[in-house]
Design a protein around this ligand. Sequence first.
Ligand code: HEC
Length: 234
Amino acid sequence: MATTQRGLNPVRCPGRKGAGKGGTAMKRVKLHRPGINALAMVLACAVIVAAVTGRAQQLPDQAPIVDTAARAAKARSLAHAYSEKLRANLAQALKEGGPVGAIGACNILAPEMNTSVTDESTFEIARTALRVRNPDNAPDAWEQATLEMFQKALIGGADPKTLETNDVVTTKEGQRLFRYMRPITMHEPCLVCHGSNVAQDVKAEIAKYYPDDKATGFNLGELRGAFSLVQQLD
Ligand code: HEC
């Protein structure tokens, strides 16, 4: 493959998972607020109907109530697994090539890593943020609103480990999706590439791959971004 899916400079990735599958990298799903609101209304009505009549299940064209708790639990465990894998890969890349080498490392760039975590499930996973390094990670409207909510909660002193959100939304094409997000905060090893004092050579290397980088200047404990998971429901 001459170019990556993310429109970056080509990077040679021997042993890259998913290579040869012809671009199996995850495509981010773009959603639209009006659909979200419409579905929220339908679900709210379904609950009200159920409460009033006690026979919502018998209505033929009622959208089924989604088992959000079980899906959220699965999404949470996938996000944890993904996070662990990222940290391990990052530590390895830093050990091998230092920060400059790690930027070009496949394990940071390769979106295929996403599918290696979610292969066994029907979830897709990605990272997003209010200020992104890779423009392909930019949030859609639902993610943006959720990130702003996380940001506010963290500033208000919330424990990031307890923060998460999930929702059932409908795309404008009528596809129902289960969506889940949890925050990613800044830790010590992140400062070298996302902090306020990024070394000159690291900056130069970042600029090579990400000329529009907006992901520096973060402090320890701040919101860096979020894991965002999506699963098609029908
Ligand atoms: C060696 C440099 C390096 C280090 C250290 C590093 N990152 Fe990144 N980070 C990157 C690069 C490069 C990208 C762009 C990846 C891509 O193309 O999707 C990125 C992207 C991200 C994104 C996705 C959103 C965006 O900005 O595009 C998040 C979230 C993130 N990093 C969080 C962290 C956290 C949390 C840590 C610490 C545990 C960390 N990073 C450590 C280089 C680094």
